[in-house]
Design a protein around this ligand. Structure first.
Ligand SMILES: [Zn+2]
Length: 155
């Protein structure tokens, strides 16, 4: 899905929710879809304000659930009361998320076997799968062995 297609989907979804398509909501969308790495709600607020400084924190926090419900954003909950997001540009709901708990790095790995697994367990229940996720929490071997890792946040 291109950014243009995603933007149209977002606008249409806002309308179905009875919400107006405002410059602030569009700035949040543009900020989210410009990101290549996972981001938090607070980081999204900063990025959105760089586009439109009238974007409020409340609008960001109300927009995120709209974008996750409509599958425009993928959500990664790593515990610690912290959620990360990334644009679902490849429209791929068959991803395994591997989280390095030591370095706070999130890897997403395409996992087509999940599609087979989801279909097979759902069909036994006469259900059709919509999305699924696999999340693996891991420790960093590189950090343990060498005392340092390039994935660790600096500072
Ligand atoms: Zn590491």
């Amino acid at each position: 899905m291109s950014n243009d297609a995603a933007r149209e989907k977002y606008k249409a979804y806002l309308v179905t929710k009875g919400l107006r398509v405002t410059n602030q909501r569009l700035a949040i969308f543009e900020a989210a879809f410009a990101q290549k790495e996972h981001f938090t709600a607070e980081e999204l607020l900063d990025h959105a304000r760089a586009i439109d400084d009238s974007v409020s924190r409340a609008t960001v926090y109300r927009s995120i659930p709209i974008m996750t419900e409509s599958a425009l954003l993928r959500e990664v909950d790593i515990g610690k009361n912290l959620k990360y997001y990334r644009p679902n540009t490849d429209n791929n709901n068959q991803v395994a998320q591997v989280i390095c708990m030591d370095c706070d790095k999130i890897f997403e790995i395409s996992a087509p076997f999940m599609s087979w697994y989801g279909n097979s367990v759902s069909s036994k229940l006469n259900l059709t799968p919509v999305s699924q996720r696999l999340q693996v929490s891991a420790h960093c071997n590189t950090l343990r062995e060498t005392g340092t890792c390039k994935n660790r946040a600096q500072g």
